[in-house]
Design a protein around this ligand. Structure first.
Ligand code: FAD
Length: 386
């Protein structure tokens, strides 16, 4: 196995690192305080080509795949998780099109996202169904050249700025995941609107909101894949993004350690620098070990997606990366806040923002418990053999 990034990936890492340090980092605290979507950072990502990193060259992306996107997201999350999420959304709201769209759908939506002319979001969760996606109740019924959608989605990241949504619905109720279909819904669809914001503790720069469908009329050609076969697409979409969520966790953990290490080099207690106390430097050593483990899991999983493995056999590896790195981000924020004492808890310093931002990572795109269900099932079914 080759653990080195190739020349193109290294160049991307350098670019993303520079953009994160020079453009993103100075804006991170402000976007957290105001909760406003940072159009200026979106423009920076567009102008530097970072929006298109995860999309194929034939659709005006740079063709660096999920590995490339994970690299860009890791570098960005070192300073700002909201900005990392903006990059992640370039695939969360398009992977299903990439995997199951027609040529016309791909040509219409993918270049627009890669170049920043359109923004997308992914809508599965509802008030009554999160982990249990087979229980969604938003419905779609065929009516001539349209489908008519009814229901409510919630917690949709980027909803307020999205131009179109990948929406999971039930076309046949009562048969769980087998009755699911997926539609592309444009923001100005009659009968559709973005509802209230879901107020939240972190990642405030990317608003999260409800979607409301009241007899929303969606053209039949906006069906993605085949009717009642949407669950596979939803899973492929989620699976392909788990390495990128892992990269958010990895970058967050690295950001925490870098900040706490610098602090510990400067702060003195009992006549020594903090870093000279073993109780402190062992905490950082422990996190460094786990960061390196998370890195291997994350990029192994990313490579699997880029090699075309997004199905059941690869699923436990995506789950391991996602659960491990997102839990690590939380441990890192917790321990690094401890290292900084009261300054870690202060809103004048970034650690409490890292702490709040990290918390959602074990909940979104499959909770830590659901990742363990997937890993356990792979053991039981023999997909994971030791
Ligand atoms: C900030 C944020 C952004 C989000 N963005 C999006 C988005 O863009 N698009 C979207 O569709 N959704 C989004 N979500 C929703 C997110 O994906 C769901 O919150 C998540 O899937 C969990 O669903 P739930 O909150 O309904 O919890 P539930 O499914 O009700 O689970 C509650 C608890 O029970 C546990 N649990 C459930 N079932 C099992 C089981 N079988 N075994 C063991 N434990 C179990 C869970 O792990 C969890 O701890 C977002 C959520 C947040 C907080």
């Amino acid at each position: 196995m080759d653990f080195e990034f190739n020349a193109e990936q290294k160049a991307l890492q350098q670019l993303a690192r520079q953009v994160a340090k020079e453009k993103v980092a100075p804006r991170a605290a402000e976007m957290d305080e105001t909760g406003e979507y940072p159009e200026d950072i979106f423009a920076v990502f567009r102008d530097t080509g970072l929006l298109g990193v995860g999309l194929p060259e034939e659709y005006e992306g740079s063709g660096l795949g999920i590995t490339g996107l994970a690299i860009a997201v890791e570098e960005t999350a070192k300073y700002c998780n909201s900005s990392a999420l903006m990059l992640l959304l370039t695939r969360l709201g398009t992977s299903a099109i990439l995997f199951g769209g027609t040529d016309a759908q791909k040509k219409h939506y993918l270049p627009a996202v890669a170049t920043g002319r359109m923004r997308s979001a992914f809508a599965l969760t509802e008030p009554g169904a999160g982990s249990d996606s087979g229980n969604i109740s938003t419905s779609a019924r065929r009516d001539g050249k349209h489908y008519v959608l009814n229901g409510t989605k919630q917690w949709i990241s980027g909803a307020t700025v999205a131009d179109f949504f990948i929406v999971a619905v039930k076309t046949t109720p009562g048969i769980g995941n087998k009755g699911m279909s997926v539609f592309i819904v444009e923001k100005d669809t009659p009968g559709f609107r973005v509802g209230a914001h879901n107020k939240k503790m972190g990642v405030k720069g990317v608003p999260t909101a409800e979607l409301i469908f009241e007899d929303a009329r969606v053209p039949a050609e906006n069906l993605l894949g085949r009717e009642n076969e949407g669950f596979k697409l939803v899973m492929a979409n989620l699976n392909s993004l788990r390495p990128v969520v892992a990269a958010r966790g990895l970058g967050t953990a690295e950001g925490c350690v870098a900040y706490a290490l610098q602090y510990a080099r400067e702060r003195e207690t009992f006549g020594k620098k903090l870093i000279e106390h073993q109780a402190i430097n062992f905490m950082l050593a422990e996190l460094a070990m786990q960061i390196e483990a998370a890195r291997l899991l994350t990029y192994q999983a990313a490579k699997m997606v880029d090699d075309g493995k997004v199905g059941k056999q690869a699923a436990p590896y995506f789950s391991m990366a996602k659960a491990f790195a997102s839990e690590l981000a939380n441990r890192a924020a917790y321990d690094c806040m401890q290292i900084m004492g009261s300054y870690g808890y202060s809103t004048e310093y970034p650690m409490e923002r890292y702490f709040r931002d990290a918390r959602q990572l074990t909940i979104v795109e499959g909770t830590s418990q659901i990742q363990r269900v997937i890993i356990a099932n792979a053991l039981i079914d023999g997909d994971l053999k030791y």
